[in-house]
Design a protein around this ligand. Structure first.
Ligand code: GLV
Length: 341
């Protein structure tokens, strides 16, 4: 049977066409024996709905999976999010319909923590400007007249959200000999003991940190968690790093904070609107380092994410409970011993 033809006996799997070609093709290869795999853009468009109606699995990148889509997806068994944040998936609506929701929480923390550190180092050592300096000024200057910058060692890192990624950031900060404080609604006593991190209020974290790094999921509670009031509490010499979700920071307030120097700078991988529009004030600012939502974009991590997603979709299609259900579903669909995990 050719690639374009549909095998009526195989379950249909729809993969986000927004994923890179090599990822889509690898997922297709991993699932080909149990499923008919299709790539689809704009899932909720009229043209796509016919395919969604036939799908037993959806592999989502940034798509919204909500009531209006689920209404058409009567055969759906699993929605698998290629990533850790599932703020665009209506888990309650899926659960009500008996649809599994899976994600990839255990395989991407190193990659995101490394990017967080890359942003911190770019800010503290002005790597972007230094690179430009070498290309344009150093030879003419005859010696390095580039201004002195700052150590990370001895500085205070305030981590907002000490989950998996926040903990990996703390591990790296410890190696960099930073003082680490954190704010989280849950006390992480083991991590406190293992890594010597200290739990503080959000207020104290903002007032005392030299670097503030955000690692919380996007929920109604964390939307605009950092706004004007919070930014004004930060030291004028402090930096804020966001590799979680754009809307956790009120971006208008952040732009004012950066323009008016309430804080020293920002390292941002995520934005309220993505791709970041070219007319965003952030684009022209010198005290920010910007990356294109690429926290998990390493070869190793993407491979692990692919195999995690493929395995969970395969399990759902073959009558087994997926291994990486979102926390809200863990008690709803408990793993059965006989499933041989
Ligand atoms: C990336 O944004 C993810 O949710 O993994």
């Amino acid at each position: 049977m050719g690639r374009g033809e549909i095998d009526p006996l195989k379950p249909k799997v729809i993969i986000s066409a927004q994923l890179r070609d090599e990822v889509k093709e690898a997922l297709r290869r991993l699932l080909n024996d149990v499923a008919d795999v299709r790539f689809l853009t704009n899932w909720s468009s009229r043209d796509s709905l016919e395919e969604v109606m036939e799908a037993e699995a959806l592999i989502a990148l940034h798509e919204y999976v909500d009531e209006s889509l689920l209404r058409h997806a009567s055969k759906l068994k699993v929605v698998s999010r290629f990533g850790v944040g599932y703020d665009r998936i209506d888990v309650k609506a899926c659960t009500k319909r008996g649809i599994y929701v899976t994600y990839t929480p255990n395989v991407l923390s190193n990659a995101v923590a490394e990017l967080t550190f890359a942003l911190m180092l770019c800010l503290s050592r002005r790597i972007m400007e230094s690179d430009k300096y070498v290309r344009t000024k150093w030879a003419k200057a005859g010696r390095c007249a580039f201004p002195l910058r700052e150590d990370l060692a001895g500085k205070t890192l305030g981590i907002i959200g000490l989950g998996r990624i926040g903990t990996e950031v703390a591990r790296r900060a410890k190696a960099f000999r930073m003082r680490i404080i954190y704010y989280d609604k849950i006390r992480r006593l083991n991590t406190e003991k293992d890594l010597g991190v200290e739990h503080v209020s959000l207020d104290e974290l903002l007032r005392t940190s030299d670097f503030v790094s955000i690692h919380v999921p996007l929920t109604p509670e964390t939307t605009s968690l950092i706004g004007e009031e919070e930014l004004k509490k930060m030291k004028r010499t402090a930096y804020i790093i966001n590799t979680s979700r754009g809307p956790v920071i009120d971006e208008d307030a952040l732009c004012r904070a950066l323009e008016e120097r309430w804080i020293a700078g920002a390292g941002l991988d995520v934005f309220t609107k993505e791709p970041l529009p070219l007319d965003s004030p952030l684009i022209k600012m010198k005290n920010v380092v910007l990356t294109p939502h690429m926290g998990t974009h390493t070869v190793e991590t993407r491979h692990l994410m692919m195999s995690t997603v493929a395995e969970d979709v395969r399990r759902a299609l073959t009558g087994k409970t997926p291994l990486n259900l979102v926390p809200e579903q863990k008690d709803v669909f408990p793993l059965k011993r006989k499933e041989g995990i």
